[in-house]
Design a protein around this ligand. Sequence first.
Ligand code: TYD
Length: 135
Amino acid sequence: MYNCALIKFKDITDKYGHLTPIESKLDTPFEIKRIYYITKVEQGTTRGFHSHRKLHQVLICLNGSVKIRVKNPKEEEVFELNDPSVGLYVGTLIWREMFDFTEGSVLLVLASEYYDEDDYIRNYDFYLDEAKKRF
Ligand code: TYD
């Protein structure tokens, strides 16, 4: 889907377990300025419901699984993240919703910008108005 893609990171496996290194700009399509993680989401919760004007992100489920619905005015797709060596790149002007968090799941987000509430579009109708100019 436009502006969304799965990224496969290295998965260094030995008898001690798995290790995934992520180096800013080498393994991500942007410089990482911020990371955050989402944990302890109650079953049945859906979060997100927004888009960003400038921010790019990569979402990685470090434990358990979570589904991410991404939309633009013309397309919609659901990705299930359940592998810590796979990230979902989400570019600008993509509407996202995160749901079906399994118990104990951990969703790590790598972000291209510092937190800026003014970069969010949280109203779906406003999102469609802005995104229709692009898509
Ligand atoms: P939000 O991005 O709406 O979470 P989600 O899309 O996962 O539902 O953020 C939830 C709250 O946390 C909101 O009040 C903004 C705040 N927040 C920060 O203060 N800094 C951050 O880096 C992020 C991502 C959110």
